[in-house]
Design a protein around this ligand. Structure first.
Ligand code: ZN
Length: 149
């Protein structure tokens, strides 16, 4: 173990637990453009996304559902990151997040709290938890002019 790695893991855990305990943008939207629910049968996570779109932009996004701390924290972080974002910005974010999850070289993109999920890549089963909300978002946007992930 590299010096400081233990502390880093501790910090990651704190950020993830904080989002899990106080999820951002959790709840339904009054008039969503798209609502899509998917689950992760391996872990039992269920997430439903509610998106209000304005052209090629996510005007407002929220989620409901339940599951493990990683799936719920990841959804909370994703919701926080995409409020008001264009499809193009979301695409760049998704590319950066996938690189973070699968250990590829990371492109320049601000991931903020999402970087706390980097530790998850050591556990391939949990990567499915972390990417669940992202995959739902991609699928939801595909039918509305969004690019395929
Ligand atoms: Zn899970």
């Amino acid at each position: 173990m590299l010096p400081g790695e233990e502390e880093l893991d501790e910090l990651y855990r704190e950020v993830i637990l904080e989002h899990y305990r106080s999820p951002r943008h959790k709840g339904e939207l009054p008039e969503p453009t798209v609502t899509l629910e998917r689950n992760n049968p391996v872990c039992g996570d269920v997430i439903r996304l509610h998106l209000l779109l304005d052209g090629e932009r996510v005007k407002e996004a929220s989620f409901t559902g339940q599951g493990c701390s990683i799936s719920q924290a990841s959804a909370s972080m994703l919701m926080e990151a995409i409020q008001g974002a264009s499809f193009q910005e979301i695409d760049a974010l998704y590319t950066a997040f996938k690189a973070l999850m699968y250990g590829a070289e990371r492109p320049e993109a601000e991931l903020g709290d999402l970087e706390a999920l980097e530790g998850v890549k050591k556990f391939p089963v949990r990567v499915k938890c972390a990417t669940l909300a992202w995959n739902i978002l991609q699928e939801a946007l595909e039918g509305h002019g969004g690019e395929k992930g």
